[in-house]
Design a protein around this ligand. Structure first.
Ligand code: F6R
Length: 259
């Protein structure tokens, strides 16, 4: 795991976008794993800029989102399909038919989950997965207690997640209680991960993820085991790390393979 601490949200996002752009330039048919939420918005803005100003092409790219609420149709402004279209996909030259999210409206959710896994496999697996982290340490909607080997499935959202996500809804009661999420095992299969965190409210989860023991009670700790992970943290979110971090770039733990 490489941990990079940046001074600002903008710098964090710029580095994240650089990593995505590197992958897409090296492999035009890349498979990207996308996240929603506030954290990756800066990356998406920068990727849109790179597409418009620098000709970064997503024409052959395939995308898979981490998760989707159950019961919200794609045209619902709080659905993750709506979010990712609005904040990224509508502004780049990706083919919409190559962009996937779990089907939160499926009649047979279990089957939809199996099919999502199959689609990822058929696409050749995810080259780069973008992740945020919940203040309770969740990744995607894998809440504390999720099996570290889990695959795409239905998950009940924790009270903390419902509370955090209520900022996007008219009131707390409108936040769906269930979602389909890639599992932790699904995420760990990606060939590369970038995990971003900003804001003081993430500082506890970030400290556990980087310095704590690996535990299903803090699902993000599993990324310590991934062979190619870059954690990019803005200074406030790095505030509870106990080790000394002089300078801006600090590689605190390397468990990359030697390829
Ligand atoms: C979103 C997702 C979630 C978020 C996390 C942080 O697709 O999978 O795990 O990454 O809840 O959300 P924000 O970025 O809004 O703080």
């Amino acid at each position: 795991m490489e941990v990079v601490i940046k001074e600002s949200y903008e710098q964090m996002s710029a580095l994240g976008a650089e990593i995505v752009a590197r992958i897409v330039r090296n492999k035009p048919r890349s498979v990207l794993g996308l996240a929603t939420g506030s954290t990756p918005l800066g990356i998406y803005r920068e990727l849109i800029r790179m597409h418009k100003d620098e000709g970064l092409s997503f024409f052959q790219v395939v995308t898979f989102n981490l998760d989707e609420y159950i019961g919200l149709p794609p045209e619902h402004p709080q659905s993750y399909r709506y979010f990712i279209n609005q904040n990224l996909l509508d502004h780049i030259n990706v083919k919409k038919e190559n962009t996937y999210l779990p089907d939160g409206m499926a009649e047979n959710i279990e089957l939809a989950c199996i099919e999502y896994e199959k689609k990822i496999e058929e696409a050749g697996g995810i080259d780069l997965q973008i992740l945020g982290i919940g203040s309770n340490g969740h990744i995607a909607f894998n809440e504390p207690g999720s099996s570290l080997g889990s695959r795409t499935r239905i998950e009940t959202l924790s009270e903390e997640t419902i509370q955090n996500n209520s900022r996007f809804f008219p009131c707390r009661e409108n936040v769906p209680r269930h979602a389909i999420t890639m599992g932790i095992g699904t995420i760990m299969d990606a060939r590369e991960l970038i995990l971003l965190a900003n804001g003081e409210e993430k500082a506890g989860a970030v400290a556990s993820m980087i310095e704590g023991p690996i535990t299903a009670m803090v699902p993000a700790t599993v990324v310590q085991l991934h062979r190619k992970t870059t954690v990019i943290v803005e200074r406030a979110a790095a505030g509870r790390l106990s080790r000394c971090y002089p300078g801006e770039l600090q590689v605190i733990r390397m468990n990359r393979d030697t390829k």
